[in-house]
Design a protein around this ligand. Sequence first.
Ligand code: TXA
Ligand code: MG
Length: 333
Amino acid sequence: MTKPRAQARVYRATPQNLRRLAAALRRGELVAVPTETVYGLAAHALDAKACARIFTAKRRPPDDPLIVHVGSWRELEAIAETNAAARTLAARFWPGPLTLVLPKKSVVPAIVSSGLPSVAVRMPRHPLFRKLQRLAGIPLAAPSANPFGYVSPTTAAHVRDGLGNRIRHILDGGPTRIGVESTIVDLRDPARPRLLRPGAVTREELARALGCPVRDASRRQARAAQAQLAPGMLARHYSPRTPVTLHARFARNEPAAGDRREAWVYFARSTPPSGKNVFALTTNGDLRVAARRLFSVLRTLDAGGFTRLHVELAPGRGLAEAINDRLRRAASR
Ligand code: TXA
Ligand code: MG
């Protein structure tokens, strides 16, 4: 008989626990940590061996690079080449849910950037993350704390469900406030900023701050990304196991007419029809509430024994772009 593997310990954020976890990070161990977007699986970003453990624990392919989290502008300057556009966006949105892709400096191990000459960097706002990072005093590489390809975790329990027997430390910071991963913008050419992944900092906000349009990565860039770097650009990503079908708008009688083993997720409607298999992401149309609940609703329904999840797309722009991006990935097979 094989011995069951030890389960991760979930830590409350006492000063003593934070000190212990900071020391574990400095020693090269992995710690799952809350950020304002989703939980991350953190390791010492300048320690190649520590970062290799992230890929093993997540079963993440080595060609999918990590985001490095910094606590200060000075820490950023130590690992990346900055420019005026980066300064503008950092001044406006950091700390916060925005990741910048910049030319990398050589101190960053190749494993972090999957051998690319660029590095993705962000400064999280979550107070526990910041406390832990200040105690550790190092930049932290951290992808979302889920097995590769599955829905990102927004609670410590989600992290334990997915990685509980593959890591040792989980810091519990409660449910995350934003609920979808950070916006990623490529600033390698500051005159042509490219949106690599939509998030809570919207395309419109970025364009206003920079004074120029922020377009998607070009076809060619996107193809190169799929072949190599995939900023969450892999078609199947954030995916529940249950098949997902998207609807621009449910027809009025659709859920009622539908199969009982299929679930129906409303986006916004004051009174969704009642039924055991009918759910609402938000009933008042607040996109922030929908984003915050999105992944935990997908996880709950994925465990609910349904044969298919029908989901209504978010209306409008802004945060809707991020929500619909994650829904499309969840629906792609
Ligand atoms: O909100 C977030 O961004 C969370 C929290 C933990 O910070 N992190 C997160 O990491 O979502 P991850 O690894 O699940 O997604 C990061 C994406 C990856 O898909 C990766 O391809 C892209 O960022 N990325 C990393 N380095 C890059 C680079 N040098 N160029 C382009 N994309 C990059
Ligand atoms: Mg991820």
